[in-house]
Design a protein around this ligand. Sequence first.
Ligand code: IVH
Length: 690
Amino acid sequence: MSLLFDIDFEDAKARHKVLSNKMHAADKAYYQHDKPQISDSKYDKLRAELEAIELGYPELAHANSPSQKIGAAPAKGFKKVLHAVPMLSLSNVFSEEEAQGFIDKVRKFLGLSDNEVIEIVAEPKIDGLSCSLRYENQVLVMAATRGDGAQGEDITDNVRTISCIPQSLPDDAPDILEVRGEIYMSHKAFGKLNEKQKEQGKEPFANPRNAAAGSVRQLDSAITKSRDLGFFGYAIGEISEKFANTQEEIREKLASWNIPETPYKLCNSIDDIISNYKYILEGRADLDYDIDGIVYKVNRLDWQERLGFIARCPRWATAHKFPAEQAITRINDIDIQVGRTGALTPVARLEPITVGGVVVSNATLHNEGEIARKDIRIGDYVVVQRAGDVIPQVVRALKEKRSGDEIKFIPLDKCPECGAHAVRIDGDAIRRCTGGLTCPKQAVERLKHFVSRLAFDIGGLGDKIIQSFYEEGLITNPADIFTLEERNKTSLTPIRTRDGWGDLSEKKLFSSINDKHIITLNRFIYALGIRQIGEVTAKRLAANYGAIDNLIDAVTKAQDTKSQSYEDLISIEDVGAIVARDLIEFFAEDHNINILNALKAHLEIKPYESPKASNSPISGKIVVFTGTLTQMTRAEGKAKAESLGAKVSGSVSKKTDYIIAGKDAGSKLKKAQNLGVTILSEQDWLDLVK
Ligand code: IVH
């Protein structure tokens, strides 16, 4: 490379800049987006040239040069961290009636009389990204993103650069304190940042939330530091000692420890709640940060405790979302998208339009019935709306704007991807491709689902990689993923030799697969992509059957709908006759069983342990409630039992472990006595589950 010494400093500097930019972009694509843009060998060439220039002009090897970063970048983005207490999400309500419904449900669950006041803390729902701050001995030791709620990413270095977040707390703060809150970017900071982006010829950010997220997810904390970010605390995670009895007191304490808090209102009635909602909705444009609704939280912490959680959301809180933002644009075409389970979804291709700060060019039309009902035609002007992260929707057609050239949509009778018949059965709203896994689109979508975050979570297998490996026949079903490395060893065209790949990225791919040989049963069931089996139902199935073979066996026996296995199956919460039918159909397919067997050979499938259940005295037990309970409602007892890993049944049998007998218990109690089932009073039960 001695030639390079011949170039003068100005030229060297200019070339150095070009190389640096290319390498930074490649680093970013590789490390942050997991999407390599250039091959390893091209990258190595860039680096060699850059280093040669720096050899001649050492002053160019400044701190920002990619040469100074080599080795510093972690192997794969951010370190993962387990949350000591899961980070939850919120359920939503969209109207005054639904807000009232939330209060009614709280009242019913707790068994409160109509005149008992339920105080509600109402606070703005900040549109940013959630973050957990962990303080130990009053010092900030860790900051993490929410991730999947159980496990997030370690963003401590970046969060330390956010000036409004205290690095240490006053002495009266508990020894362990996790503060949950939202990192956001103010409108002012957002405006400035986008000006700067434009000046530097970079793409502007779509909205403050994207800008905040992009700023936090930087491997270089100097970049985060240069972005003016804010933080609001709104909840707590793990704490070493209790310091409040109400949500309001939590807020007050956090504020006294210098954690920024939003304004809020303590509401005593639904009228209070609604007038506050309207007030904030009207005034939101005056705020210097984006909010997308109001969060309602039951103020009393003892009630919060009793209300507990359902799936990923607390029963004691909900988000009252602001109405979706709308805009008018034209439908250029209607395409059909084929999903994982063969569902054909019509999608409107729109003249691109900005809705609530985001450019929208596609919107879902749900199904053909919906199109007919709304009489939506190709060429129509339509109202589109989007709310938060929800897929944009077509609300209605503006029929008065029709020219007469609009074209009616005619449902396809063949799958646009594989040509198999497309049919609608049993009054199902959805038309489906009957090609099953012979339909390439279904097969690819199933693979994408299999590796997705809540399933196997194999980050190295992004959508594009799955698509191309499928097309090349490298991965045609989930089991192929786990034989890829072996096959690659003897391949004439190993992955590293392909365009965009190299030794390093190949190694990285296999290590991301090898990390996933051990999987929990609930994730495994979810990953199979059985129609209607979402994350929550997968957990219920895993908790009920304990092992994959038990599930296969039980569902196979349940083909006989008169069998006990069928009865057991449909008695699981969320599994009715329709879900049972989908399960039975899935496990009746030889093809699926073959893949399952192939997968089992490569995997260690661990039993599902519900978070609290493992050390609970009623884990795995079958309990029955009967009679009138006085200290809790039936719903509350059932929810508590389930959260501790027990199964609640409506009838007493030999299998029943405990019967909780309230006042005036009748025939069930008698039967339990006859069968010798352990009988608990309501108080015994409360002592047991405390
Ligand atoms: S409370 C159990 N309060 O909204 C507590 N969340 O849609 C759960 N969010 O993940 C969260 N402002 O990132 C809460 N005042 C607020 C909030 C808030 C924004 C976010 C948070 C959460 C998401 C749920």
